[in-house]
Design a protein around this ligand. Structure first.
Ligand SMILES: Nc1nc2c(ncn2[C@@H]2O[C@H](COP(=O)(O)OP(=O)(O)OP(=O)(O)O)[C@@H](O)[C@H]2O)c(=O)[nH]1
Ligand SMILES: [Mg+2]
Length: 238
């Protein structure tokens, strides 16, 4: 049965994204949405100290009819904390997690939303590997592939891209899953908890153009260790 969706909440965690955040917001506000849907945008600026906060205030004020709410944290608490703050504030029936950089393309929203609108899925991941990922560094590629394989073995799933940032949920489902993540463990924690609840993750192909650490990528090899520890932990505990 088709889902009754009117409002899509786009949650953007952002930390020191001075060079990209204005363009990200523009693309999010301009992105096509299926007929009848409107959007709200919740940016969680996590103690940025590079001018991101000021840019966000200017953009929010000039956003026109779309609601853009900016939450400023005093300190840097991490991407996972920022997403949890965004989830609490979201009022839409569907939640899209949108990174605050230009690696992912908001033009993919209709494709990401389609399975939920058709009533075929509660959770949709945008798979970079079903699309044509550009510029992904070899260590990231190897980790993403291996980590997805590990997830599939642990949870008897058939994912092609667990660590994608484009994760879309029916809000009711996501709000019903208690999360404890603070930094980059959002992805493995939410994946484990969704799969453990017997909820199928539907994947659709997306486009992706990676950025490098010099261009602002913050995830580090230590986050890979943390991801493995997190997925193993939530295989065992709830
Ligand atoms: N609020 C908040 N956002 C963060 C933090 N660290 C990273 N981010 C945001 O999270 C997003 C992803 O960070 P990246 O450094 O690009 O890492 P990535 O490889 O794309 O990471 P994932 O897609 O999360 O696996 C970007 O929008 C960052 O601004 C943080 O400490 N707080
Ligand atoms: Mg990124």
């Amino acid at each position: 049965m088709a889902a009754d969706v009117k409002l899509v909440s786009v949650i953007i965690p952002a930390y020191n994204e001075r060079s990209d955040i204005e363009e990200v917001l523009r693309r999010v506000l301009d992105a096509p949405l299926p007929r009848g849907l409107s959007r709200e945008v919740i940016v969680v600026d996590d103690g940025s100290n590079d001018g991101t906060s000021e840019i966000l205030e200017k953009c929010a004020a000039g956003a026109g009819r779309t609601v853009v709410r900016v939450h400023h944290s005093v300190l840097n608490f991490g991407k996972g904390t920022a997403i949890r703050i965004g989830i609490r504030q979201a009022r839409g029936e569907v939640i899209i997690i949108q990174d605050g950089d230009l690696e992912y393309d908001p033009n993919d929203y209709p494709r990401l939303l389609a399975p939920i609108l058709a009533g075929e899925a509660d959770v949709v991941y945008g798979s970079r590997f079903l699309g044509d990922p550009k510029g992904m560094q070899l260590p990231n590629l190897v980790f993403n592939r291996s980590f997805t394989a590990l997830t599939n073995v642990l949870f008897t799933s058939h994912l092609t891209d667990e660590a994608t940032a484009y994760k879309v949920f029916r809000a009711e489902v996501l709000k019903g899953i208690p999360l404890a993540c603070t930094r980059f463990e959002f992805c493995p924690e939410v994946t484990a908890k969704v799969l453990k609840r017997g909820i199928r993750i539907h994947e659709v192909p997306i486009s992706y153009t990676a950025r490098t650490t010099r261009q602002g990528k913050k995830i580090k090899w230590t986050d890979a260790i943390s991801a493995v520890a997190t997925i193993l932990k939530y295989r065992v505990v709830d």
